[in-house]
Design a protein around this ligand. Structure first.
Ligand code: ATP
Ligand code: MG
Length: 214
């Protein structure tokens, strides 16, 4: 759909956008592989990567500064024209909740754009702990993918139950199983082990350059 923006230029309004939300501490190739696979399979026009804002400081917490996490996401998505790094949560003061992000995106894109929130198997059972989750379920659809270590039967059963009992719209998409997690990458950095090929080159350079996760 073509729209005129304030400058009178034509502006492309995506019909189907995907959201990858997370701490991205750091972003890794698992996130990118899943997002690209889902984008293709679900026919998404664009995938927004939205790193969460800074959680309240906990002593001994290993969550890198929001600006570092955003910079890494920016570098990770740079080579994919369908991917975009969004500051929507990083720029919000105070704690960030998906409900606020979705309301902002709805406002920006209008009602004709379908929003697909991409989540891994670990997040499916957590959805009902999200603030105003029933409203969240009305504002977006979910695309859920399996992660290594998660039982497929349980995954399908949780999706079925959330759909039947809570009105969630969750579409399971069969994607590649990628055995990469940020937790493992942080441990590797702490132990001085290699993270090559687990994160994109520019992200690895950033982590080394800023001595993150030491
Ligand atoms: P951590 O170990 O710190 O929790 P993570 O690898 O789970 O990090 P997150 O930033 O927590 O990464 O995840 C953001 C989103 O990406 C979540 O929906 C999560 O389920 C999904 N995700 C992360 N890694 C994978 C993976 N390897 N396969 C499928 N989904 C993934
Ligand atoms: Mg996680």
């Amino acid at each position: 759909m073509e729209n005129l923006n304030r400058n009178g230029k034509t502006e492309y309004k995506p019909k189907r956008i995907g959201i990858m939300g997370g701490t991205f501490n750091p972003v890794h190739n698992g996130h990118l592989i899943i997002a690209e696979d889902v984008r293709e399979k679900a026919g998404l026009d664009r995938v927004l990567f939205i790193p969460s804002g800074q959680p309240p400081h906990k002593p001994g917490s290993e969550v890198a500064d929001a600006e570092h996490r955003f910079e890494m996401v920016k570098r990770a998505v740079a080579s994919n024209p369908y991917f975009e790094a969004s500051r929507i949560e990083v720029d919000r003061n105070g704690p960030t909740y998906t409900i606020n992000t979705l309301l902002e995106l709805r406002d920006a894109y209008g009602d004709e754009t379908a929003i697909f929130f991409i989540i891994g198997a670990d997040v499916v059972p957590e959805l009902v702990t999200w603030r105003e989750y029933e409203k969240v379920f009305r504002l977006c659809e979910f695309i859920a993918v399996l992660r290594p270590g998660f039982d497929e039967t349980e995954f399908s059963e949780t999706i079925r139950r959330l759909s039947a009992e809570k009105g969630a719209r969750i579409l399971p998409v069969r994607s590649r199983l990628v055995d990469i997690s940020s937790t493992d990458i942080r441990e590797r950095c702490r132990d001085g082990r290699s993270i090559k090929y687990l994160v994109p080159g520019p992200v690895e350079e950033y982590i080394v350059g800023k001595s993150l996760y030491k």
